[in-house]
Design a protein around this ligand. Structure first.
Ligand code: 3HC
Length: 311
């Protein structure tokens, strides 16, 4: 590798310009981008399952239409992101095989069950809210195709978060039983939502290098704090209690102090031992297997009509 290629890469990053698919990049940068984008894409696709569970049981045609649109958006986000990973030389089949084989991760949050319809609202409010905190800075990520995919994804995430919050506002104005359903869902999803931002910075092997390469723009703890600060006033407006007795405003810091996250639970979930890991991956595998005939038909068609195949 010539020194000026590395210098040009370093200068591009230093001047906050974008790295594009045809640019030279260090192998480590390429591998990190493939890892992060693939896992992001896997999260979007697996993330369809928890809420998809409630599509047939939505309480009205309006709620069903909203939920259908949201779950469909997540599929689209997965497609954008797999396409972004492909610009780095990653193969979609290989990424899917790595997901199903447990050699690539997806977000821990999707390994929790959705036990009531209120979970649909809480996932929109908290999980998509956390995604927005995490993904808006990624619109400035140094890898061009990833950053550009984030712009459209973040616009759609805003709709996801608002529809969830509006659903919860409606339920909180409903019966006592509906209010209890919402509070129960908040109690189950609050701490796993904080885990979405990754381990504490001190235990994050990837953050320092990803920050240096302009892949990540903030650390895990910075974004987690931003999410807590955003969510507390929203919870107060909703009339729910966040399940953290240590949560309180700290004037000196200008942020909310919050209690310790259960990192043992986090490590267990990302090691495959969460409540729904087996079910989520089995369902993804089944969908992939059931779709084999579509892939074979598309390949047969491409072989018969090579002139019509777009490279
Ligand atoms: N779930 C699963 N694995 C996680 C995790 C989580 N919540 N947080 C961290 N990890 C993994 C990392 O992947 C890494 O493992 P690896 O080296 O085998 O990949 C390890 O734990 C150490 O974590 P690091 O902080 O060192 O890793 P990163 O620098 O990659 O940071 C991240 C983790 C903050 C998730 C970062 O990868 C990121 O910002 N990714 C892009 C956003 C994303 O993937 N969001 C997932 C949710 S998608 C979503 O919310 C959909 C929406 O529609 C609801």
């Amino acid at each position: 590798m010539s020194v000026d290629l590395q210098e040009h890469f370093d200068e591009t990053i230093a001047h906050e310009r974008r790295i594009e698919p045809r640019d030279w990049m260090p192998d480590g940068y390429r591998a990190t981008m493939i890892r992060q984008i693939a896992q992001h894409a896997h999260s979007e696709i697996i993330g369809m399952q928890p809420e998809g569970n409630w599509i047939t049981r939505a309480p009205s045609l309006r709620r069903k239409a909203i939920l259908l649109a949201k779950v469909q958006d997540e599929a689209g986000h997965g497609m954008y992101l797999y396409s972004a990973a492909e610009t780095l030389g990653a193969g979609r089949g290989d990424m899917t095989a790595k997901l199903i084989g447990g050699r690539q991760k997806y977000s821990s949050i999707f390994n929790y069950p959705t036990l009531s319809y209120a979970d649909v609202g809480v996932i929109g409010w908290l999980v998509d809210g956390a995604a927005i905190c995490n993904q808006v800075p990624l619109c400035r990520s140094s890898y061009g195709p990833y950053a550009r995919a984030m712009i459209r994804i973040c616009k759609e995430e805003s709709f996801h978060q608002r529809q969830g919050y509006e659903l919860l506002l409606t339920m909180m104005r409903g019966t006592a039983a509906q209010r209890e359903m919402v509070q129960d869902a908040v109690n189950r999803f609050w701490w796993p939502s904080l885990m979405m931002f990754g381990p504490p910075d001190a235990d994050s092997p990837n953050t320092a290098q990803s920050m240096e390469w302009g892949i990540k723009r903030h650390t895990n703890d910075e974004l987690r704090q931003r999410f807590v600060d955003m969510s507390v006033p929203q919870a107060e407006k909703l009339g729910v209690t966040l399940p953290d007795p240590l949560l309180r405003w700290n004037d000196e810091r200008g942020h909310y102090d919050f209690g310790p996250v259960d990192w043992d639970e986090f490590k267990a979930v990302i090691a495959g031992n969460g409540p729904c890991n087996t079910q989520r991956v089995a369902r993804r595998k089944a969908a992939h297997d059931e779709g084999a005939w579509v892939r074979e038909a598309a390949m047969a068609h491409a072989r018969k009509n090579p002139e019509r195949v777009r490279v």
